[in-house]
Design a protein around this ligand. Structure first.
Ligand code: FES
Ligand code: FES
Length: 191
């Protein structure tokens, strides 16, 4: 059957079986692999996209259910040349570790701030409770969402997200190859 979608602002048609899930249409048919599959059971939120501006878990709906609607994936939120303030804040606040949950977290957080531009930390945690991070980096995720909210409320230019957080950007230069850096708390510990 034919499925007509607008994805990241571009109109797209797919010929697909009715059982095709939206996440597989995005990843396998349209090559938008920033949307991840973590659980396939609607538990983890890695597959989160915006449907007409509202976050949904794309493993939980058929592609045909999105026909006639606007879908925004992480690729439509921002890119390396023009990061969304939320992406900038996740980078600056180290709101990611392995990064597997990150795209879904960012999409959910963008939806949260659309509904509540100035959430408290508790509201951020509640707003992201459908997104799981296996690396358990939740503290920095909350910091990132708080900073992005401030930047967006103040319509701050991208570079000022760092200033708002008083956090320096990650070092541009990697450590010299072969050098092992031991955190102070582990120095002197037996192996
Ligand atoms: S893959 Fe959709 S919620 Fe986990
Ligand atoms: S950063 Fe690894 S799962 Fe969240």
């Amino acid at each position: 059957m034919q499925i007509d979608l607008t994805v990241n602002g571009k109109r797209t048609s797919l010929d697909a079986e009715p059982r095709l899930l939206l996440v597989h249409a995005l990843r396998d048919r349209l090559g938008l692999t920033g949307t991840h599959v973590g659980c396939d059971t609607s538990s983890c939120g890695a597959c989160t996209v915006l449907l007409d501006g509202v976050s949904v878990k794309s493993c939980t709906m058929f592609a045909v259910q999105a026909s006639g609607h606007d879908v925004t994936t992480i690729e439509g939120i921002g890119d390396a040349d023009e990061l969304h303030p939320m992406q900038e804040a996740f980078w600056t606040a180290h709101g990611l570790q392995c990064g597997y949950c990150t795209t879904g977290m960012i999409v959910s957080a963008v939806d949260l701030l659309q509904r509540n531009p100035d959430p408290s930390d508790d509201e951020i945690r509640a707003g992201l409770e459908g997104n799981l991070c296996r690396c358990t980096g939740y503290e920095n995720i909350v910091k990132a969402v708080r900073a992005a909210g401030k930047a967006m409320r103040e319509n701050a230019p991208r570079s000022s997200v760092r200033d708002l957080m008083s956090i320096h950007p990650p070092a541009e230069e990697p450590p010299p190859s072969g050098e092992v850096i031991i955190p102070p708390q582990l120095q002197g510990a037996s192996t």
